[in-house]
Design a protein around this ligand. Structure first.
Ligand code: CP
Ligand code: NVA
Length: 308
């Protein structure tokens, strides 16, 4: 039994095996209907509980379909509708009860430490479906999407523009270390990666460049990535943050500095006209819809990895 909380917790070899399983399962079910089970049904007779402290479209849908494709099922729990560390039931007791009912838990939380706290009392695996500190499932499926377009991500160059200190950029830095790609982050000083992740990057010899110059960040890159300038539950002056990040918008002019065959990625939901122009996100280089689909395929292998 294993938890999937941070990319940094898992070895490169195991992360690679998760990606490879996703590729082969995706290939093997080419002609099946969207929710039809894979032939081997590894999750047969099993189920997953999903708890969302914050809104979600993709994570909710893709985990549900992933469970179905593995031959099992899922149930979504709204923290407001259950005894989730509130009233007269502790988080510990909720965890013990879920252990009796389901085989795995997926949690989207505002507080990363909730994952560890909840995980400590579960006797079944827990998956991080996004926290304030990381979004590892998204980054794993983005590696899958990148490799489908461009081959092995090792030694390739990925650019990240905008907020350099959010859940996505943290997990991307961890992935750069584990999968061996160069990462160039273009962000203003105020939104530079935090000390904890920079120390991790240094210790793990991540090929990382953090620059204030968006052009330098994008130059000769294989992939340009960005994210919403204001994340869910981001307690900032939104107007001011957007103004500070204005120069980091991914537009056609900036995309032209990347390699001519570079791809554009965004985890979605998108702030159209803010972090990216319509022209880029709806353009030929954009792979954002396949990114959404690949959440299903990457998460199937993450579930399997946790249970094996
Ligand atoms: N990318 C992503 O996690 O989307 P949702 O917030 O819709 O789940
Ligand atoms: N950084 C974004 C990612 C959304 C999938 C957020 O946390 O809102």
């Amino acid at each position: 039994m294993r938890n999937f909380i941070n990319i940094s917790d898992i070895s490169s070899k195991e992360l690679r095996s998760i990606i490879e399983e996703a590729k082969s399962r995706k290939l093997n079910r080419k002609n099946l209907n969207k929710s039809a089970p894979d032939e081997d049904k590894p999750f047969d007779g099993r189920s997953m509980a999903m708890i969302f402290e914050k809104p979600s479209t993709r994570t909710r849908m893709s985990f549900d379909i992933a469970a179905k494709q593995l031959g099992g099922s899922s149930i979504t729990l709204n923290p407001d509708g259950i005894h989730y560390g509130k009233g007269d039931e502790t988080l510990k007791d909720t965890a013990k009860v879920l252990t009796e009912y389901v085989d795995i838990v997926m949690l989207r939380t505002s507080l990363h430490k909730n994952l560890e706290e909840f995980g400590k009392h579960l006797k079944i695996p827990i998956i991080n479906g996004l926290s304030d500190e990381g979004h590892p499932c998204q980054i794993m499926s983005d590696i899958l999407t990148f490799e489908e377009s461009k081959g092995s991500i090792q030694n390739k160059t990925i650019s990240w523009l905008g907020d350099g200190n959010n859940n996505m950029s943290n997990s991307l830095i961890e992935a750069a270390g584990k999968f061996g790609f160069q990462l160039k982050i273009g962000c203003p000083k105020k939104y530079t990666p935090n000390k904890k992740i920079l120390n991790w990057a240094k210790k793990n010899k991540v090929d990382l460049l953090v620059t204030k110059d968006p052009k330098e960040a994008v130059k000769d890159s294989d992939c340009v990535m960005t994210d919403k300038w204001v994340s869910m539950n981001d307690k900032v002056n939104k107007k001011l943050k957007k103004k500070t990040l204005k120069g980091y918008q991914v537009n056609k002019k900036l995309m032209q500095l990347a390699k001519s065959d570079a791809i554009f990625m965004h985890c979605l939901p998108v702030g159209r006209g803010e972090e990216v122009t319509d022209e880029v996100i709806d353009g030929k280089q954009s792979v954002v819809w396949r990114q959404a689909l690949n959440r299903v395929h990457a998460q199937k292998s993450i579930i399997n990895w946790c249970l094996n």
